[in-house]
Design a protein around this ligand. Sequence first.
Ligand code: SME
Length: 158
Amino acid sequence: MAEDLHIIQGDKKTQYETLIPQIQGLLTGESNLVANLANVAAALKEQFNWFWVGFYWVIENELVLGPFQGPVACTRIKKGRGVCGTSWEKEQTIIVEDVEKFPGHIACSSLSKSEIVVPLFHQGKVVGVLDVDSSELAQFDAIDQLYLEKIVGFIPVS
Ligand code: SME
C-alpha cells in the first residue's frame, strides 16, 4: 500500500474503523516483527496523537522496550510491575484512568496521565504488550480496548 496514512477526524470508533484497514495493509506481506511493531506504533501515534505509543516484548522473563513513538522510556519491566508488568501477569488488558492512582505505576514521564496496556499472545502465552499513554486523564475506555485488541491480533508474532 501507499506509505501515506489517511488521517481522519471524527469519533473514536470511526477513527479506528478507518485506521484498521490501513494497518492491515501495512502488515500484509511483511513478516518481520520489528518492522510491523514499528509501523503499528507509528500509525496509532499519527492517527490519535497520543503522548506515547509502543511495545514491550518478553525477553528472558522481562519486558524489554521495543518499537515506540514518543519520548524515551524505561527499557526493562519485570513481571507484575507497573501497568505493563501487571497486564503481562494477569494476561489481560488494563485501563488506568489516573496513573497516580495505580499502585506501582512506573512513571517514565510525569506528563503521562492515563494509560491502556494490551497484551499480545502467541500459543496462549503473552509475548509482549502494547502500551499507550495519554497526557489527559481518563482517555481510554472499552472502545479502545476492543479496537486495540483487534489491532494487536493482526500482528503476526510467530
Ligand atoms: N507506565 C508504564 C511503563 C512504561 S511507560 O509508560 C512507556 C507502566 O507502569 O508499566
